[in-house]
Structure formats: structure tokens, C-alpha cells
Write a protein that binds this ligand. Structure first.
Ligand code: FES
Ligand code: FES
Length: 177
């Protein structure tokens, strides 16, 4: 929490002033090597150091899923992971879903089926959906609900999100197999 306004919660990253430690990992296919604050979360590392602003800090407590990314083929709440815990890991963020300026099938179906909602929840939803389809290319509605259970939207319904994931699954099975 920062010191900008003592009456408000603010998640802006505040340096701990501890001696820097080396961190090496792969993010969206690119090798990264940086000296970092050992207290920094993975979410802050992605946003502050790498300027990847897709993952968001919603609750900062592992409840909302806005900060979801994929680390070594598992979804994690990056607000709960220290950057140093990602030593040697392969990280995929929402920025890594598109290729050569072309949105992935999953992203396209989120747009088509109105699963695309606000910029706060959508990146995390996409990462959970990506991980689900990587593990299970033909999920049932119940499996989609379960796979997306850690991602909250406080504004709208979840039907369009579930439809988007099912439509993406169908297209990926046809077009990528
Ligand atoms: S910001 Fe990480 S789970 Fe809410
Ligand atoms: S939190 Fe993103 S649309 Fe509601």
C-alpha cells in the first residue's frame, strides 16, 4: 500500500529499499533478466518493470481473479506470488495471447459473444479460459463454470462469458487440430 493518501487504499507499488536480487524468467516467449526488489509481487513486476498492464490489481488478496496469469501452465493470482517465486518460470499474460497483431480465436470469440466486458476483469477471464482450454479442449458448461470460478465480474452476468469460451473451444477444435 502506498503513502499517497492515508485515508484510501492504494495499490501503487512502493519500493521496499531492500538489496536487489536477480530474476530470470520467460515472459510471453521473451527471456527477461532483471535485478528486482525481493518484496515485489509478480503482478507489480509485470506492470511496473515490464509495462505489461493487462493483469490488474482488483482486490490484491487473491479473491477477484483480475490479476490472473499463467505460470508454468497453471493459472495463478499474480498479486499473491512474489516475483522471486517465478524464478526460471514461463509466464503467459494476456498480452501474449495475440500473435503478429492478430487476436487469438479465444479473444475473437469473447468479442463476438459479448464475453468481453470491462478492462478490469476481462484479462483475467481470458487467462483462466486459455488455461482451461489447454487442459480440456472440449469442456461442458459445468466445466467452464468451474474453470472460471476464480474470476469475478461485479457488473454483469456470466452467460456471455461461458458462451464465449464454448464457442472458442469449438473453433479451436475445428481450426487448430
Ligand atoms: S487482484 Fe489478485 S486476485 Fe484480486
Ligand atoms: S468487473 Fe469487469 S465488467 Fe464487471
Amino acid at each position: 500500500m502506498c503513502n499517497h493518501d492515508k485515508n484510501k487504499d492504494c495499490f501503487e507499488y512502493v519500493d521496499s529499499q531492500l538489496p536487489r536480487v536477480p530474476l530470470e524468467l520467460v515472459v510471453n516467449g521473451e527471456k527477461v533478466h532483471e535485478m528486482i526488489d525481493p518484496n515485489m509481487t509478480l503482478l507489480n513486476f509485470l506492470r511496473n518493470n515490464l509495462k505489461l498492464f493487462g493483469a490488474k490489481e482488483g482486490c490484491g488478496e487473491g479473491e477477484c481473479g483480475a490479476c490472473t496469469i499463467i505460470m508454468d501452465n497453471r493459472t495463478v493470482n499474480s498479486c499473491l506470488v512474489l516475483a522471486v517465486e517465478a524464478q526460471g518460470a514461463e509466464i503467459l499474460t494476456v498480452e501474449g495471447l495475440s500473435k503478429d497483431g492478430q487476436l487469438s480465436i479465444l479473444q475473437q470469440e469473447f468479442i463476438k459473444e459479448d464475453g468481453l466486458q470491462c478492462g478490469f476483469c476481462t484479462p483475467g477471464m481470458l487467462m483462466s479460459a486459455r488455461n482451461l482450454l489447454d487442459r480440456n479442449p472440449n469442456p461442458t458448461v459445468e466445466e467452464v463454470k468451474k474453470g472460471m470460478a476464480g474470476n469475478y465480474c461485479r457488473c454483469t452476468g456470466y452467460d456471455s462469458i461461458i458462451r464465449s469460451v464454448l464457442a472458442a473451444a469449438e473453433r479451436e477444435r475445428k481450426e487448430l487440430s
